[in-house]
Design a protein around this ligand. Sequence first.
Ligand code: SAM
Length: 286
Amino acid sequence: NPTKPSIQHTMSSHVQEDELAMSSDELLQAQLELYHHSFVYVKSMALGAATDLRIADAIHLRGGAATLSDLAAHTGIHPTKFSHLRRLMRVLTTSGIFSADVKARGDTVYKLTRVSRLLVGAGGESSRRRDLSPMVGVFVNPVAIAALFSIREWFTDENSAASSSLFEMAHGCTRWEMIAKDAGEGRVFNAGMAADSCLSMEILLKECSSVFGSLGSSLVDVGGAHGTAAAVVAKAFPHVKCTVLDLPRVVAGAPAHANLTFVPGDMFEYIPPADTVLLKVNIQPA
Ligand SMILES: C[S@@+](CC[C@H](N)C(=O)[O-])C[C@H]1O[C@@H](n2cnc3c(N)ncnc32)[C@H](O)[C@@H]1O
């Protein structure tokens, strides 16, 4: 009888309802958590905005402590947005990117944390070498984020080639092809990679010096972009002949380095021979 539910169907409905049962407290807590997860991108967007507005520089240039008025003056925000700057700083302080001290008169003073120390580009050479702001620009990037909206299609679409990446599915080209077409994207990406290499190589040389003792007399940095990592090796170990292999259009835009040889090419076709091969962050984005 099609109008009468089968015993099996009735039982499975009961089982499912039991599984979904929650008290009012649990429902409210679950709702809160769900909304929290849905809005988590606000933290990353706030970080992107703080990086673009150079808020870490504003704090650093004021001796490590700045009021909201200081930040407003430094960033040049429109006066009507003052209270919104306070809200932005609230997101950033609850995320641990900045810290906030409330003074006796009720003024809030913002300070750097270990995270935002890596967003300082103003001041001396040492802070500039650790400035990862350009890398935030690579991560919190409309092109990279837009690709993530295609996750469901990427998993389910029959027309999506098995080998194509999420990025290709979303944009119809690889990230490298997009960078080749769009000079602005290329600048953002290469600046990010250079910033990452400055910081990482400083730590590698300091903490893993034994690895560099056995480099031999030559090194090739495969996918070495503009040669930032290889330049650090060449400076620290002048006897090592350093070569950088990257795609022709990347090599064409690389600044001249006296101690580096650039080879344009495709790593899947040819890698210049060397005693040591360096592969740093050779990931396929998204
Ligand atoms: C994620 S970046 C890493 C850059 C650098 N190793 C670093 O850590 O800063 C990857 C690099 O690989 C290069 N690349 C991608 N495909 C390549 C290929 N087939 N042959 C050579 N280089 C390639 C890109 O142009 C880019 O510079």
